[in-house]
Write a protein of this length. Structure first.
Length: 294
């Protein structure tokens, strides 16, 4: 099958190594859709064929994701079985679980860094990992969070060569009001609130304003549905839950997670059986490692 994504997705992936690209998201979504912890390569290729990707584009993406530490692979006979890395699985658990808001203890745990343009790849990786650990960018060179995750950052970040450096510190705002302003800047709350109405409108179009999930936009294609799913998931990953005392009203992160739950329901009602049948048609189906709930 010819891929509708080959050219634009490859161009995007080259220029922004640590952004979650659409094809990388679609690979990860295959695990969630099947509720599996391990998937053989042919099953992933078959499922992404339903999205419109060619076999070669999927194989190339799997290699890139293993190199980036998003996936790990193991050879079983003539087939490679892929598994999500521990930090990706942990992120899924945080999103899917109950809302656990961090506590504000009167200070921010802070990462100060300076990495020259010549080492831009390392700087991008530092920022990407720090954000995945719950830090936000207060300003260039300063990341803030609500717990000390520097050990996890050290474990995943390669050594930074001189003259680059990063250090950890504690930043204590003079008041709760100051902490609220800093939280809003670091975690982009105004921008997040501006994005939500358009996403909620797109979701409402699928579910008759929430009253009848699965009934809107009859004939919606899998790839078009995942356009919305990708946008919602990207915002969920970009906006962690924050201390309730520092955010007035309903947090954008809570609303993004509500949209994610609605996406999951729409997927189940519209496409779950189709993807199960697609996986079942593969000769390597028996190598799937299912999560307990499936």
């Amino acid at each position: 099958m010819a891929s509708v994504y080959d050219v634009p997705k490859r161009q995007t992936d080259v220029g922004d190594r640590y952004r979650m690209t659409r094809i990388a998201f679609d690979v990860i979504s295959a695990f969630g859709c099947l509720q599996a912890s391990g998937l053989p390569g042919p099953v992933i290729v078959s499922i992404l064929g339903e999205h419109g990707y060619s076999s070669s584009s999927v194989h190339n993406q799997l290699v890139r994701m293993v190199r980036r530490g998003i996936l790990c692979s193991e050879r079983v006979g003539r087939v490679s079985v892929y598994r999500l890395s521990a930090h990706i699985l942990s992120g899924f658990t945080d999103i899917a679980g109950d809302h656990v808001f961090p506590e504000y203890e009167g200070r921010f745990h802070t990462i100060l860094y300076s990495v020259p343009e010549a080492a831009r790849g390392v700087r991008d990786r530092l920022q990407y990992i720090a954000r995945s650990l719950g830090y936000g960018q207060l300003r260039p060179g300063i990341l803030v969070g609500f717990s000390d995750r520097s050990a996890q950052l050290d474990a995943r970040l390669p050594a930074i060569a001189d003259p680059g450096w990063y250090e950890t510190a504690v930043l204590t705002p003079e008041s709760v009001e100051a902490a609220r302003r800093m939280t809003s800047r670091a975690f982009g709350l105004d921008a997040a609130l501006a994005q939500l109405p358009a996403l909620e409108e797109r979701m409402n179009a699928l579910s008759a304003n929430g009253s009848a999930p699965g009934t809107g936009r009859v004939g919606l294609s899998l790839s078009s549905f995942f356009d919305l799913y990708f946008d919602v998931a990207r915002d969920v990953m970009a906006h962690p839950l924050l201390p309730e005392v520092l955010v007035e009203g309903t947090q954008p992160a809570v609303r993004f997670r509500k949209l994610m739950n609605q996406c999951n329901l729409e997927y189940y009602l519209r496409f779950d059986q189709r993807i199960l049948e697609c996986a079942g048609s593969c000769s390597s189906y028996d190598l799937i490692e299912w999560l307990p709930q499936r």
